[in-house]
Design a protein around this ligand. Structure first.
Ligand code: GLN
Ligand code: ZN
Length: 761
């Protein structure tokens, strides 16, 4: 019998219960007891849903109060020295201090956070030291397993394997690979396996996600060494070795050669690897088929999934198959039935986490009892997918013709950068080291309330527009008073920089409750890009024009770039991402041309997700970068030489993609640098970045107001390496999460700093 399994379930709860619990706990409105009971309820609801859906092997330990990588760092006893202070008394205080910093009694920064492979989930980066010792701290893990066993005989612990755990972290005091600690870490995993045996577990999900990456010899060796060492402690346990987000490619033989009872394959991102894998499955091994997309919202093509599953069954027997999602469902929203406002046709193409469980169960039943046992489900599935394939909304000839007709001249500005610089100087007449901001100003509770009231129909469109205009006017006046050179309208009309465009473009729907965890209690609600993308009307022009009408200073038009809209949406999976991205780029191009015609002389096209979209495997990266750059250039080069194009990027390692950033050919780029004390600028300098740069001079992620002299110091560093004619002065990122008081104080100091450094030139 094939077995229905799952790799992980969303942690937030159907109505983001965990988010509300955490935030109340942090504000001290509830105590530890309430947090722990409340979160146990979320966990139990998850187990119950999975059991009811017919999932036999249910993940346990996938849940986390903040982040599972942090949980594993703590489970192996790796609490950095600073957080071992006696002033953090409770286990929870210490945990959250590591996750998000603390200023209560003791002042500790949060540990570093970074993106989980190519997803928008962020994990806490474990800190290792060369004298690191480890010890097992798994009591809560084991007690969770005991609780889960009440819901299912098949509670399956999820373990983050030692090699990935080490490599996800950083060795702080040495340039060596964290793998030097492997032999010290393995005894802790041996003890863990013993505890899992004692708890009566059989199957264990052994996550080694690094298997999906390009692996050097030492990492391959570490994987072999770790599992060979641990195989003596397995007892009754059967490991299913899991990785996801990429094809295993040349790592396939390695995966199957290891002493594991099953290997999991992500067959959604790489169905073709099944044929290569089947001959490698040992007689004593199972195969876990990742057939249901764990990180997107599309209904599975059950017929196609079954074809793959039946191929596998024919080769090794269905009794050796585990049916699974491609990866943890952590990256999916919880329940489609809660979406009452998505139009019925599009909704029939979608599946959220709970619906995905049903799909896993259906595939399993079809394998075990034959397709006839689920004939009606298969028929409905095929009918829905047929409407998706043939709908004019997914295949609009007019859009397709326009993309096909994109000629190379549409990817190029008329003049080169030097010519444009002359035309723009002439038009904008800015001082040296011009000051600007990144776009958003504080989204106060008044702004959020007005938006909510408008959505609920309590505020008329007209009234809402007046409200936004008055916020915008205040914002413009404040920037004028501060003496900023290039102004912004403040983005008060935007809930989110991607959803705002998703709401207006044809080809998107937005969900009401389709939240996914981004980090800790923070969730995002990506719009769903289901069809051909077309701009129906101007999206940002009236507000930009209004803002410009208020002032003689230039106001920047604000757009989100095509790659960022692509990366931060649930994107259609029925055509290459490149196609979809070019459609979005055309829409943004039209918008930028309209902004120019409306008299806007500076247009910023944000691309903070450019780096995030980079494929995991080096072989695929050049192709991605080529089309991503094309998409930005298509979006930005419809305007004349005198119109200044800005772009903005933050929160990433830019250095490895600098040639592509330069190839965007934006006139000005603003980047996050202040937390690295301008170190990031070194890359731009070494690369001889040719156009203008605004290195962020203060960190907007902290409520701290920077002093003028601090920013003067940073600017002097910048002036030393970048000619002042090419230097801008701005914060790191948008100001929407801050309050007005600190924003005004910080910007006042920033303008002063710019003036001071100008006077030295
Ligand atoms: N223009 C956006 C803002 O200011 C940019 C946000 C971002 O880079 N993430 O909020
Ligand atoms: Zn930013």
């Amino acid at each position: 019998m094939a077995i229905a399994t799952n790799l992980g379930f969303p942690r937030m709860g159907a109505n983001r219960e965990l988010k509300w619990l955490l935030e109340k706990y942090w504000q001290r409105k509830i105590g530890a007891e309430a947090l722990l009971t409340g979160s146990a309820e979320v966990r139990e609801a998850n187990w119950r849903w999975q059991a009811e859906a017919g999932i036999t092997q249910i993940p346990v330990g996938d849940f986390s109060l903040y982040d599972h990588v942090l949980d594993w760092a703590i489970r192996v006893g790796a609490v950095p020295a600073a957080y071992q202070t006696g002033q953090l008394i409770s286990h929870l205080d210490r945990y959250f201090a590591m996750a998000r910093g603390t200023q209560q009694g003791v002042d500790l920064p949060a540990m570093e956070m970074t993106k989980w492979f190519n997803t928008n989930y962020h994990y806490i980066v474990p800190e290792w030291s060369t004298d690191q010792t480890f010890h097992l701290d798994a009591d809560t893990f084991i007690s969770d397993i005991m609780s889960a066993q009440q819901f299912s005989d098949g509670a399956r612990p999820v373990v983050l394997g030692p090699v990935s755990l080490l490599l996800l972290g950083k060795l702080k005091d040495s340039d060596a690979s964290p793998l030097v600690l492997l032999d010290r870490l393995l005894p802790v995993y041996e003890q863990l396996l013993q505890k899992l045996n004692e708890a009566g577990c059989t199957w264990v999900q052994w996550d080694e996600p690094v298997l999906a990456l390009d692996l050097d010899e030492s990492t391959q060796q570490a994987l072999r060494h770790s599992l060979n060492t641990l195989s003596g402690s397995l007892g009754n346990l059967k490991l299913v070795l899991t990785s996801y987000f990429e094809s295993l490619r040349e790592n396939l033989p390695l995966a199957f050669e290891l002493p594991v009872a099953a290997v999991h394959l992500d067959l959604v991102c790489a169905p073709e690897q099944l044929a290569d894998a089947l001959p490698l499955v040992r007689d004593d091994q199972f195969l876990s088929l990742g057939l249901v997309d764990g990180r997107n919202v599309w209904r599975t093509d059950l017929a196609q999934a079954l074809r793959l599953a039946e191929t596998a069954a024919a080769a090794i027997g269905s009794e050796r198959l585990l049916v699974a999602p491609s990866c943890s469902l952590l990256h999916s929203p919880v329940d489609l039935t809660a979406e009452t406002e998505i139009d019925e046709e599009v909704k029939s193409w979608l599946a959220f986490a709970r619906q995905k469980l049903d799909e896993i169960a259906t595939i399993t039943t079809a394998l075990n009892d034959g397709r006839t046992a689920v004939a009606e489900t298969l028929r409905q599935n095929a009918a829905a997918l047929e409407t998706r394939r043939t709908s004019i909304r997914t295949h609009n000839p007019a859009v397709r013709d326009r993309v096909a007709a994109i000629s190379p001249d549409k990817l190029r500005r008329a003049g080169d950068y030097t010519q444009r610089q002359v035309a723009q100087r002439d038009r904008l007449k800015l001082p040296l080291l011009p000051t600007t901001t990144i776009g958003s100003f504080p989204q106060t509770s008044a702004v959020r309330q007005a938006r909510a009231a408008f959505r609920q129909g309590d505020l008329l469109a007209e009234e809402y527009r007046h409200f936004l205009e008055s916020e915008t006017e205040t914002c413009i006046r404040r920037q004028e008073a501060l003496g900023i050179d290039v102004l912004v309208h403040g983005e008060f009309e935007r809930n989110d920089m991607v959803e705002y465009f998703g709401e207006q473009l044809e080809g998107f729907v937005v969900s009401k409750n389709g939240w996914v965890q981004s980090y800790g209690s923070r969730c995002v609600k990506p719009p769903i890009l289901f069809g051909d993308v077309r701009r129906l009307a101007a999206m940002t022009v009236p507000m930009a024009q209004y803002a410009q009408s208020l002032t003689d200073r230039p106001v920047k038009g604000m757009l989100t770039g095509p790659v960022t809209i692509l990366c931060w949406s649930f994107v259609r999976d029925d055509q290459p991402r490149r196609e979809t991205c070019l459609q979005i780029a055309l829409a943004i191009r039209e918008e930028s041309i309209d902004l120019e015609q409306a008299g806007i002389g500076v247009i910023q096209i944000d691309e903070p997700a450019l780096r995030e979209g980079l494929p995991l495997r080096a072989d695929d990266q050049a192709a991605y970068l080529a089309w991503a750059v094309d998409a930005f250039r298509l979006a930005s080069s419809g305007v004349g030489d005198a119109t200044q194009i800005h772009t903005h990027m933050c929160y990433c390692e830019f250095n490895e993609i600098l040639p592509s950033i330069a190839a965007l050919d934006a006139d000005v780029i603003s980047i996050e640098t202040s937390r690295s004390q301008m170190e990031l600028l070194d890359g731009f300098v070494a690369f001889r970045y040719p156009n203008e740069i605004g290195p962020g001079v203060y960190d907007i992620h902290s409520p701290r107001v920077p002093s003028t002299s601090e920013m003067v110091g940073l600017l002097k560093k910048a002036v030393d390496v970048i000619p002042p004619e090419r230097l801008w002065v701005n914060p790191d990122c948008g100001l929407k999460t801050r309050g007005w008081v600190e924003v005004e104080a910080a910007l006042e100091a920033m303008v002063e700093a710019a003036q001071e450094v100008r006077s030295l030139l």
